[in-house]
Write a protein that binds this ligand. Sequence first.
Ligand SMILES: C[S@@+](CC[C@H](N)C(=O)[O-])C[C@H]1O[C@@H](n2cnc3c(N)ncnc32)[C@H](O)[C@@H]1O
Length: 251
Amino acid sequence: MTSFSDEYSDYYDLLYDNKNYAGEAAYVNTLIQNEGVSDNRLLEIGSGTGNYGAFLSSLGYQITAIEKSPSMGGIAQQKNISNYEVIISDVLDVNLEPESFGAVVAMFHVICYLTSDIDIKLCFDKIYKALLPGGVFIFDTWHTQAVLHQKPEVRYRIVENSAISLTRNATPICYNEQSLVEVNYDINGLRKNTGEKFSFSEKHLLRHFSIAQIKHFAEQAGFEHLRSEEFLTGNTPGTGTWGVCHILKKV
Ligand SMILES: C[S@@+](CC[C@H](N)C(=O)[O-])C[C@H]1O[C@@H](n2cnc3c(N)ncnc32)[C@H](O)[C@@H]1O
């Protein structure tokens, strides 16, 4: 079963209409600027429907976006974001010009979709090469300490707009030995104008990481691991911190 299928992509922006992309993009911008990065060329991996891109572009970045799902990337293209080019590709397959970006970002758990050590190493090596010296790689992941402590639960989300109402059930299966969680999404929708009901499912496999593991992958690729902090607050991650943001530098 494909993740981020055409159907799921169509409803992605509605499902996340309460996510504070403006605030998150401002946070990412601050992290980049605090490291003294002056080159405005930014590579965004797993750029989805362009929600980060729209705000990062308005903050002055020239963005190259890499998105594996053609339907997610297609929605971003239709938004005609300024200074924003989408390449539809798996990050593992893309060719990148060496030393051509001041910053690389992969936001909203994109790196969690790389579930094997080999794929993470390949991705980090590519990013390292694509960055200018002094450039930063910023990404957020699920945090193993919190996942094991809190344990993923079934979650429900109900959203609607004038045309559609949707219910999404997310049922997790944990594979703690492999640091993996399979999330099974079941989506049920209603088209308000016709009364037509529809449903579809998709499976997402995500890996969670300890900070020590991220440090290991970072250093293996040549990065300096500057820090890992609670996403958005900058606090020290603990058992209550599901989302951790990692800041790596090419020295
Ligand atoms: C949770 S979404 C986040 C999208 C976007 N960054 C946002 O914040 O809305 C994860 C995205 O990563 C993309 N993705 C996952 N693995 C990828 C890979 N190997 N290469 C490129 N994109 C990938 C998915 O297709 C999906 O669009």
